[in-house]
Structures are given as structure tokens and as C-alpha cells.
Design a protein around this ligand. Structure first.
Ligand SMILES: [Zn+2]
Length: 247
């Protein structure tokens, strides 16, 4: 870790004024500042990535439990540094490999979990994810606005955010499942029977603090911005193949 990073860390702990005003990412409930990158190619391990993450998880466990002797340049002395993994940052396709929640089908949203709101389009045959008025305040006027939306009023509350402990409970029975890209070796998980979209219990749960984290998996803004922009442009410019305005 660089001197700059350690000074920044201690500054936020000792000097930052906690007055409820948001001025810096460090004022939020969770903030992020260290990144390392991993980009698997087309022959990447998919769900079996957990096998390759084993050495990393071992090292992270040691860094959390035992810690490592580190020099603090601002205080000019050694101290025992303990390290925790805050979360993963990934695009939507990689979300399934890192979180274990399948991002396909009618329950594609990992946050809405079993309460994902979806409809299969009669003509397009695609799954689409509507019902976002659920997130509005209960008395918001758009909730009653049938005409501008899909002809319905929205009365449902937003789904609650699942804690790590709840998720651990949902994946309990997937412990020790053989992870492989090879369809002959892989045990096929029927999501119909499970009533959820879990493919596996991820290796990150071996970290003692993983179930207590506020955020575990985050989507990177870059891909979403690009895809959203592509879809809007493709639709308003009526670009062949790219437009979403189909029958
Ligand atoms: Zn959702």
C-alpha cells in the first residue's frame, strides 16, 4: 500500500467531520478506493472461477485474521494492518459468476431477488423488467397514473434489500456443489424447483465478514452508460437491428 493511501485512510478516521453532510465518497455508508482488475477471455472459467479464487481467499483470510506488519509513514512507526475485501465491481454478465445469482430469466435482478418484477413480451418473446414505480414514495402521483404507464396502478412496496445473512440462508443447500463449465460434469440446477436464481454458494462467503457487508457486488457504471446510450440512440435514430422499438 502506498504512503499516500495510508495517510488518506488515517485522515478519514481522525480528521473527517461527521456532520451528516455528503461532501466526499468517504461520507457515505460505504466507500471504495482500491481497485485491481481481472478480465477473463471467451474461454474464462465462468461459474468455476471460485476454484481459481481459492488462493486469493486464503490470503484475504490471513490478512483479516492475522494481519500484516506495515509501516505508517505519517506516524513513522510500524503497525499491524488488517485487510478486508469490500466488494466486487463487475458488469452484468460477470455478476452471475461472482455473486452466484443467475442474471437471466424471470428473476434476473439480484437485488429484487425472488421479488423481481418481470413480464414475457407476447410478440418479442423476451423477458422484460417493468414495475419500477414500486420504488417511488407511497403517495407519489405516478403510482396512480395508469395512462402514462402500462394501464395499471402501482400499489406494491419496493422489495427489501436482502442482507448477507438472508442470502447465506438461501444458498445453504448449494454448499460443495461441483463447479465446472463442462455441462457433463455440472449438476444442472432447476430454478423452477428452487424458486430462486442461485447457481452456487460463492467462495466469498468463506470470508468471515462477507455476510455482514452492506454491499457485496456492484455494477460498473461504464458498461451501463454505454449500453443505455446505445439503446436510446438505436431507438430514436431507428437503427436497424439496434432499435428496441419492435412489434
Ligand atoms: Zn431489481
Amino acid at each position: 500500500m502506498s504512503t499516500k493511501t495510508s495517510t488518506l485512510m488515517t485522515w478519514h478516521k481522525d480528521k473527517r467531520v461527521d456532520d451528516g453532510i455528503m461532501r466526499h465518497p468517504a461520507d457515505s455508508m460505504a466507500c471504495n478506493f482500491i481497485l485491481s482488475m481481472l478480465i477473463p477471455g471467451p474461454n474464462g472459467p465462468g461459474d468455476a472461477i471460485d476454484t481459481y479464487l481459492q488462493p486469493l481467499i486464503e490470503e484475504l483470510k490471513e490478512l483479516w485474521e492475522v494481519g500484516i506488519e506495515t509501516y505508517d509513514a505519517s506516524a513513522r512507526k510500524n503497525f499491524k494492518l488488517h485487510v478486508s475485501l469490500l466488494w466486487t465491481i463487475n458488469d452484468f454478465p460477470a455478476y452471475v459468476n461472482l455473486s452466484g445469482w443467475s442474471t437471466k430469466g424471470k428473476l434476473a435482478c439480484p437485488c429484487c431477488n425472488k421479488n423481481t418484477s418481470s413480464t414475457r413480451l407476447t410478440n418479442g418473446k423476451k423477458q422484460c423488467y417493468m414495475g419500477h414505480r414500486r420504488y417511488l414514495p407511497h403517495n407519489h402521483k405516478w403510482r396512480n397514473d395508469k395512462k402514462s404507464f402500462d394501464g395499471t396502478e402501482e400499489r406494491r412496496l419496493s422489495p427489501h434489500m436482502r442482507s448477507g445473512i438472508e442470502i447465506l440462508n438461501q444458498v445453504r443447500d448449494l454448499e460443495g456443489l461441483q463447479l465446472s463449465k463442462d455441462s457433463k460434469k455440472r449438476k444442472k440446477i432447476s430454478h423452477e424447483n428452487r424458486n430462486d436464481n442461485w447457481n452456487k454458494k460463492i467462495i466469498f462467503f468463506e470470508l468471515p465478514y462477507w455476510k455482514s457487508l452492506l454491499l457485496r457486488h456492484n455494477l460498473d457504471v461504464m458498461h451501463i452508460e454505454k449500453n443505455t446510450c446505445d439503446n436510446i440512440m438505436g431507438t430514436i435514430m431507428n437503427v436497424k437491428v439496434k432499435t428496441k422499438d419492435t412489434i
